[in-house]
Design a protein around this ligand. Structure first.
Ligand code: FES
Ligand code: FES
Length: 196
């Protein structure tokens, strides 16, 4: 019987990971190629040293233990790693940490305030907008970014502008319900604020 063996092409990350691991095993605190950067992450300022090739995603997860941000594809195709940089949603797996020196980063861990869930987080709970939950941090950060952009004016536009965030469990209907509920509530609040 023929048994297929699945292989994958080596990636630049692999060589880098090996280099980093070798460096860790040598007991060095910071590799020689590391560069200093400062980031504000969830309101806290961090002075860091990162290798020039370190992605923002790996910095968050591996160096800062902020594992709420998930690694799905590591290729910019699933949205699981979505975070907000200076208020704009990006795929952290495609962002070099060193290129964002001085930036303000918000991850899912930074959305709740004073013990209260962010309205988008609360809407995901209220609308049962997850199953396994793996995509959820990215979905929530993406939704927060989408609502700040203000370009979605109906349910279909929410769906389209969230299309970069994949959900393997297929919870799309409830995810859209949750985001749409917050969008409508914000629009209602804004219209009431306009009243004399
Ligand atoms: S892990 Fe970044 S887009 Fe999939
Ligand atoms: S809830 Fe499982 S991948 Fe989205």
């Amino acid at each position: 019987m023929h048994t297929a063996t699945r292989t994958r092409a080596p990636r630049a990350h692999d060589a880098q990971d090996s280099q980093n691991e070798a460096h860790r095993q040598n007991g060095a605190a910071s590799p020689p190629d590391a560069v200093p950067i400062e980031l504000t992450i969830n309101g806290a300022r961090h002075a860091l040293r990162v290798e020039p090739w370190t992605s923002l995603l790996d910095l968050l997860r591996e160096q800062l233990q902020l594992t709420g941000t998930k690694k799905g594809c590591d290729h910019g195709q699933c949205g699981a790693c979505t975070v907000l940089v200076n208020g704009v949603r990006i795929n952290a797996c495609l962002a070099l940490a060193a290129a964002h020196d001085g930036a303000d980063v918000t991850t899912v861990e930074g959305l709740a305030q004073d013990g209260a869930l962010h309205p988008v987080q609360q809407a995901f709970v209220d609308h049962d907008a997850f199953q396994c939950g793996y995509c959820t941090p990215g979905q929530i950060c993406s939704a927060v970014g989408l609502l700040a952009e203000g370009h979605a004016h109906c349910r279909d536009e929410v769906r389209e502008q969230m299309s970069g965030n994949l959900c393997r469990c297929g919870a799309y209907v409830n995810i859209t319900n949750a985001v749409e509920a917050v969008r409508r509530a914000q629009r209602l609040a804004a219209s009431e604020g306009d009243e004399p």
